[in-house]
Design a protein around this ligand. Structure first.
Ligand code: ATP
Ligand code: MG
Length: 445
């Protein structure tokens, strides 16, 4: 039995050109003799009147064959994933669209990827994560705009509730544990009572440990990429899920304060340096692990299979940051060149973490001092010396390790404003050659 509810106005919430495209695809589906539906997050967000640019379609029939038809008709690029019976289309105007085949999933064991077989739209909706994500809208001309909601997705949206579709859902796919928190926090919804019980039960086993590193990483970073990662992290803590990053992760009051300060630090950075884009989720992860030992952080990096660059950032989040913070916020004067040298190995993400740590220390004067240092540092990163190694050689200096030292000193002097022109630099070098007392030895001629 089909549980259909007509709501023709729903699709009208889409921009006009999207609506026209969906109508045209519905006609194409009729030509191909298949049923076509809009499904998942985009339907949920239409119902919530939230913007969503992902168009996820599913076909009762052969989804890949239908995707080929669409690609031909619109000159769209096509990538086919046979194993999952899905295809991704890239339209000439930049629009991306996923087309799947309605399917049944079976899990050979918990926490691994499922095998898929084609099935009806109702069955396809029944294997989804939550009722709010299991609503479809038909696109074939006869039923264009008809809402198919067999599991009460609209009721749960109205009640602001996240509910799984069956008792073994978290066991089959523990990534749904993190997805539940992601949607709960994003929409300010509550987990339904049985769903919380099932979630806590699944989280108390070692199922999450069985998730592969990349899958766990994906969930954690998606959660931290949400608008309010602070609440998401607090919720992970409350549900005792942070232990899956590492069982000895240090989640102290102080760490909570730093995590809480990250959004303010990010906002400052974005205002001050809009051109330098930050890997925001990684900053939250750095904050979260900022008081854990290097051994724990290294194990967490391995568990999450972080990329080399992410790993470098996260491992820089510890004691080095504290040491530099102390130097930069102490009363004594620090020359701009010293700031430059202190921060030279820091990524932009580590600089944001410095700010977050200082925000969390709630010392306004020192925070302003730090911000001034950072602003000057970012500006000074663009400073270059006029002279290079070959100029030193032309000045008669024998090539060797002293080149590096001299060029660094030149740069420091430039940054500190002691010299400003190429002539200044030449005089500076000549003086150093003289001062070295072994000028003759250093000269090639
Ligand atoms: P977002 O707005 O974050 O993209 P979404 O609901 O669109 O949220 P996607 O990950 O893009 O989520 O997935 C699209 C749809 O696929 C979901 O709405 C849901 O119906 C289904 N889905 C995704 N991941 C799972 C999962 N792990 N288990 C079951 N169904 C899933
Ligand atoms: Mg989506």
């Amino acid at each position: 039995m089909k549980h259909r509810m007509t709501q023709y106005d729903l699709l009208r919430r889409l921009p006009q050109e999207r609506l026209s495209l969906l109508r045209a695809l519905g006609n194409l589906a009729d030509e191909g003799g298949v049923s076509l539906y809009l499904v998942g997050g985009v339907v949920r967000d239409l119902l919530l009147k939230r913007e969503n640019w992902d168009l996820d379609l599913t076909v009762e029939g052969d989804g890949i064959a239908f995707a080929r038809l669409v690609a031909d008709r619109y000159g769209a690029g096509l990538a086919v994933f046979e194993r999952f019976a899905t295809a991704r289309l890239a339209f000439p105007d930049g629009l991306k669209m996923d087309i799947a085949t309605t399917r049944r999933e079976s899990y050979a064991q918990p926490a691994v990827l499922p095998t898929v077989q084609s099935a009806s739209i109702e069955e396809d909706l029944s294997r989804r994560d939550f009722t709010i994500n299991a609503v479809a809208v038909q696109l074939n001309p006869g039923q264009f705009g008809c809402v198919l909601d067999p599991y009460g997705g609209q009721r749960d949206l109205r009640a602001r509730t996240i509910r799984v579709l069956y008792a073994g859902s978290f066991q089959d796919d523990p990534t749904r544990i993190f997805r539940a928190i992601r949607f709960e926090q994003r929409f300010g919804f509550r987990l339904e009572r049985t769903t919380v019980r099932l979630l806590v039960q699944a989280a108390s086993t070692n199922l999450i440990q069985q998730l592969s590193g990349p899958r766990l990483q994906n969930e954690i970073l998606l959660l931290f990429a949400e608008h309010d990662p602070v609440r998401a992290i607090a919720r992970l803590g409350q549900l005792k899920l942070l232990r899956f990053l590492h069982r000895r992760l240090c989640y102290t009051k102080n760490v909570k304060r730093v995590v809480t300060a990250v959004p303010e630090a990010l906002a400052w950075w974005a205002r001050r340096f809009p051109a330098f884009v930050i890997d925001r989720p990684i900053v939250s992860l750095m904050a979260l692990s900022s008081e854990s030992s290097a051994v724990v952080v290294a194990a967490m990096i391995r568990r999450l299979a972080l990329s080399r660059e992410q790993a470098k950032n996260v491992s820089a989040g510890g004691s080095l940051v504290d040491h530099v913070l102390k130097r930069l916020t102490n009363k004594g004067t620090v020359r701009p060149s010293q700031v430059y040298r202190l921060l030279a190995d820091f990524s932009d993400e580590a600089l944001v973490l410095l700010v977050a740590k200082q925000v969390s220390a709630q010392h306004g004067v020192r925070l302003n001092l730090l911000k001034r240092h950072l602003a000057a540092y970012v500006k000074n990163k663009a400073v270059k010396t006029a002279l290079a190694g070959r100029d030193l050689q032309a000045m008669g200096l024998k090539p060797g390790p002293q080149y590096k030292t001299i060029l660094e000193k030149l740069l420091d002097a430039r940054i500190d404003g002691m010299i400003t022109t190429e002539a200044d630099e030449r005089a500076f070098v000549q003086k150093r050659i003289g001062l070295a007392g072994c000028g003759k030895a250093m000269l090639t001629r």
